[in-house]
Design a binder for this molecule. Structure first.
Ligand code: IMP
Ligand code: MG
Length: 175
């Protein structure tokens, strides 16, 4: 057997649920009277999106986009492409991007630029976690769950080579 890296709990499910509820109340307050379009970045954000949207007291719609930036492993390959695009028009919509983690910032900068060109009425970012110590491109996170240390994290949708997405807590991998 090849030994697997061991996940160690960083953020317990109860803490995550608390952050999701807090973010949802901020978003519900700010988007009163609007019908926002939430765009989740696949695959990592799908668990967060599912929990967040059920706490939002708004007539929202959801979409997903899939980008490729990571080959495999822990480092971004740098080049980002849209692998699965949007079916819902973005023009004139109040768009809220839902992301699992902002690391170097490359992926989210690419996506925000890509969406801006489609002329939304407004464009904001909600990120569950922020690994700001690794930032290479400045990113403004409008709604943030947690600042996380410079460790590779998994669980609650986040993966390492497609493993560990199913973990209910956010864990880091011991190297
Ligand atoms: P960035 O372009 O470097 O900001 O990378 C963002 C993307 O890389 C995220 O959307 C994740 O899919 C992935 N990523 C970055 N750091 C981690 C991590 O610690 N765990 C799991 N995925 C990560
Ligand atoms: Mg992601």
């Amino acid at each position: 057997m090849v030994s697997q890296p061991q996940p160690v709990v960083l953020l317990r499910r109860e803490e995550i649920a608390g952050a999701v509820a807090r973010l949802a109340s901020e978003i519900s307050r700010d988007y009163q009277g609007k019908q926002p379009l939430l765009i989740g970045v696949l695959k990592g954000s799908f668990v967060f999106m599912a929990d967040l949207m059920r706490h939002l007291d708004l007539p929202l719609e959801i979409e997903f986009i899939r980008l490729s930036s990571y080959g495999s492993g822990k480092e971004s390959s740098g080049e980002i492409k849209v692998v699965q695009g949007l079916k819902t028009p973005v023009k004139g919509r109040d768009v809220l991007v839902v992301e699992d983690i902002v690391d170097t910032g490359g992926t989210i900068c690419f996506l925000l630029d890509y969406l801006k060109k489609k002329k939304p009425a407004s464009l904001r970012l909600c990120a569950l976690t922020d690994k700001s110590s690794r930032r290479r491109v400045p990113v403004n996170i409008d709604y943030l769950g947690f600042a996380v240390p410079d460790k590779f994290i998994v669980g609650y949708g986040l993966d390492f080579n497609e493993k560990f997405r199913y973990l209910p807590d956010i864990c880091y991998l011991e190297d």
